[in-house]
Design a protein around this ligand. Structure first.
Ligand code: CDP
Length: 223
């Protein structure tokens, strides 16, 4: 009997484009590990701010990063990153982190710190018996897993995205984050060649999920 394939699904897109909601649905439908890499950047940002390490102070930043120990804890189907044994708190979604995260995320040393950790989630998923993983972020299909089985890129009109975030009751600087994320030199936010581009502006969450699930299902059906 053929052994079950392990699949990697990458979802990239700008702020509040619907990545997390669709990734969670895919994880539940297909028994995939859900990896929200934005939460990793947010967690590191929160920790560096707590320690008073500014993004512009490269020597202090490097020294802080080199001392960090990253591990993973599973919560349901989601991978939570532990920094020195600690999970992220609710503050990673606050305006302070929203304002700073793209500045830290633009620094190559910060990205390098998370690169191996993110790729290592494949092993975590395998060890826990998942059929694959769905990883969301900005550079998953371009840098982290360019050979992913499925690479989706979500677009949505900025006005619609701002409405979605406001509906969550959260203050966010999505236009400014998009500007910084798209213009940085290292791993900018961009739709990689060959990725499946989906405009979610006039599509419901269910419709976007159905589009993605329709692509993924056949790959697992043969197992
Ligand atoms: O709030 P939203 O879900 O749109 O963003 P997020 O996915 O939580 O990501 C927060 C920030 O982390 C982004 O604005 C990027 O600056 C950074 N990020 C990144 O640079 N690369 C990733 N793979 C994921 C997030």
């Amino acid at each position: 009997m053929a052994s079950s394939p392990f699949i990697i699904v990458a979802i990239d897109g700008g702020a509040a484009s619907g990545k997390s909601s669709t990734a969670r649905l895919l994880a539940d439908r297909f028994n995939l590990l859900h990896v929200d890499t934005g939460s990793f950047y947010r967690h590191l940002t929160s920790e560096l701010l707590r320690r008073g390490v500014p993004h512009a102070d490269l020597p202090a930043l490097k020294s802080a990063l080199s001392g960090l120990h990253l591990a993973t804890r599973l919560e349901g189907r989601s991978a939570r990153m532990l920094v020195d044994g600690q999970p992220a708190g609710d503050e990673i979604r606050d305006q302070r982190v929203n304002e700073h995260v793209s500045h830290y995320a633009a620094i190559p040393e910060v990205r390098e710190t998370l690169l191996g950790y993110q790729r290592g989630q494949v092993e975590v998923a395998k060890q826990h018996g998942f059929r694959g993983l769905v990883m969301e972020g900005r550079d998953i299909g371009s840098v982290i897993f360019p050979q992913a089985d499925f690479r989706f890129f979500l677009h949505a009109d900025p006005v619609e995205r701002a409405k979605r975030r406001a509906a969550e009751g959260r203050q966010d600087s999505i236009a400014e984050r998009d500007r910084l994320d798209s213009s940085r030199k290292t791993s900018p936010l961009t739709c990689p060649a060959g990725a499946i581009d989906i405009d979610s502006t006039h599509r419901s969450l269910d419709e976007v999920f159905a589009l993605m699930a329709g692509r993924v299902a056949p790959a697992l059906a043969s197992a």
